[in-house]
Every structure is written in C-alpha cells, then in structure tokens.
Design a protein around this ligand. Sequence first.
Ligand code: SF4
Length: 455
Amino acid sequence: MVDFIKEDVIYDLLQKAQKCEAGEVREIIAKAMECKGLDLSEVAKLLYVEREDLLEELLDAAKFIKNKVYGKRVVLFAPLYTSNECTNNCLYCGFRRDNKELHRKTLSTREIVSEAKAIEAQGHKRILLICGEDPGKTHVDHMVEAMEAIYKSADIRRINVEAAPMKVEDYKKLKDAGIGTYVIFQETYNREVYKKMHPVGLKADFDWRITAIDRAFEAGIDDVGVGALLGLYDYRFEVLGLLMHVQSFEKRFGVGPHTISVPRLRPALGWGLNEIPNEVNDQDFKKIVAIYRMAIPYTGIILSTRERAEFRDELLSIGVSQISAGSKTNPGGYKEDDDKADQFEVSDHRSLPKMLETICDKGYIPSFCTACYRRCRTGEAFMEYAKGAEIHSFCQPNAILTFKENLMDFGTEVLKEKGNGIIHKALTEIEDLKIREMTEEKLKEIENGKRDLYF
Ligand code: SF4
C-alpha cells in the first residue's frame, strides 16, 4: 500500500488545529504574505477559521499574494471532451458505466480536430483534452493521435490532457506528442470514501491513481495538475490530503504542481448518489481557494464553468489564475449541444468574448499565453523563475501580446475598446523599460499582421 497520505497525521493535525487562537491565525496569515508557502499544521489552523473578521483578513491576504505573484493576469482555456464512454462507475459522475440515460460517444480524430477548430474560432489557444476511461476506446493512442492532429491542423498552441492513470511508456507517448500539463484528480484522498465512490473498474485502485504523477514524472512530463473533488468528504481533510500528496512528489521529484483545480461536486444526470455527501458552501469554498493560494503561492488555481458567473468573478481576486470559458462538457458539444451527453451541468454560460469583457471590466488582463511550455520553462525551471518573481518579466508582456492578437482577430468593437484600454494600462505596469519598449514594438508588429509573438 502506498503511504503518501498519512490519514492519522491529517486527523491529528485537524484535531489540534481546532484550538488555535486568533493571534496565532494572524501570525500564520502574516507568514503567508511573505509568499513562501505554509506547512500542513498552519494550513490546518486556517481551515478552522470561521470568525468573520479573521476570514476577511485571510481573503485579503490571498488577494495580496495573488496580486504579487500573478499580477492582474487571467489565463483562459477551453475543455475538449473526446469521449464520454467509461468502464468505471464513479458514483458522482454522469459518465459512469451504469448511467443508461447518457448518449455515449467517442469522437474520431477528424471530429476532434473539428471541435478544436470550433474552439479556436472562439479565440482560444489552449485546450484541455478530457475523456472517460475505456481501455478499448480512450487508450493513449486515441489521445496521441488527437494531439498530433490538432497541433497540425489548428492554431492551438498548448494541449493539456486530463486522463486516467497510465504506464510510464504511455506517458512517454504523451510527452512526445507535446503535452502541456498532465492533469489528474485523486477525487478524494480518503481511502474509505474513495472505495465507496469507485466501486468497480480500473479506477477502484487508489494506489494506481495516486502514483500516476510519479509515473508521469518518470516519463519526463514535468508539468502536472492535481485536484480533489470537493463535496465527497470533509473539505479540511481533502485540502490537507492534497497538500500532503504535493509534498510527497515535490520531495521525490523536486517539482510541485503547475496547477490545482477546485472542482465542486454538482448533481449530474444519472449519477449514483442521492445527494452531495459533504456539500461545500460558498464561504468555505472561498476559504479553500484562499488557503491553496497561501499554501502554494506559485501554483496556478483553475476554476471551471461549474461555478456561477458572479461567483467566478469574485474568486478571480482571491486566487484563481486560470478559467475555462465558452465550455461544452459533452463530446462534440462545440458543434452540436446535447444535454444528455454532458459530464456536468455548466453554470457559467458566458461566451469567451463576454468573459473577456468582464475580465477587462474588473481591471484584469486576459492571457492566451503558451510561451513557457514552448520555451521549455516547465517543471523545475518554471518554479525557479516563478519563485524568483522573474516570471513577471515574461508573463505580463505575453498576456498583453496574446490578448492584442485575440482583439485583432476576434474582438467585437466593444471588446476592442475595453481591451485596448486594459492593454495600455498593463503596459505602464511593466517596470523594466527595455521590456516595455520591446513589448510596444511587438504590439506594432501584431497590428501589422504578425502573429504568435512572445518572450
Ligand atoms: S469520473 Fe472519470 S472515470 Fe469516473 S465515471 Fe466519470 S469519466 Fe469515468
């Protein structure tokens, strides 16, 4: 049995954390604002913060860290579901084997490319390929062929993949095909709950799943994304479990996660539950996002369209750095919607241009940047840049350049007006005058028709 997650240690930390006084909470918050992260016992104490004034201080600290590390950038992407066929029976998921109501479909490579082109036509440059686990249909070659065809036929510049655990040699195939981030959620870090939620199929094996990231690293993939499905078990346990997992692979491979996702469980058509077992309310959800931001300040936090529009907007300031927009969660959904084929119900239905307008209205700058991955600033190299705050010298100019490209190619008049205003402001925020000048030159080149310029 793999022992990355020491449940007795987590329960012990949680029990001791309940006695934490306000003074100690404030000391932990002050430490977090140094942007060096927090240890598990400190995180446990923050997870018990309920007092309104302390909660406000905690959220304010997360805002400060988000701003210091990420500035005003918000990275955008769209999911591309290649299949909803699955041999597992995860009780919380609409794709599960026993859901007879679901319209099943696995896209051909040609259909996947057509979906990628539809996503590209919205203005996206980054996609997340996702599928259920069906060894006969969604094996690694299905993903690899899709990636190769998309890179060849569409102007999609980064393909991240969320897929079931694989063997090292299969991860190597994804690496060779040009994977950006490999994303895998443990769903729950509690073994008992995991067993209950994953009664049959390959996914029933907790250890095979929790060691997936190790095998991805062994295959040379050094950008990984993790997540716990919030709502399956006590959120405090899940946050500590996830951070314990992170510590374990960071210690062994020297690289932390590139992203953490914060999916919150929602009812799905044909799921196997009667209710959400441990529903996380909005207040606690905000606290979780803020605590992740404080505990691992250099890791991106991803929020999907499961959440409501206005709540997503609010979470941007607290710590979320990447969001999906204009999403469809059924295979083929960008060409043809089918609400009997979705994995979950989308709550935020705003199109990408509408989302971009909102981001601008809130004073943020949208980014379609994919430069780090293409310049090999991944894994340990990325963390070095990020922790030395040097990443700012690349990210802000690259956000400006990629957003400008989007405005030129897809912008409505309203969006152009808002976007150019934000770009102007973002330019003045580039402290290094040489880089500011170079960015201005590249902006002129984009106006004159050049594309795909980055630092
Ligand atoms: S969560 Fe993934 S593995 Fe489980 S039923 Fe859904 S698609 Fe299949």
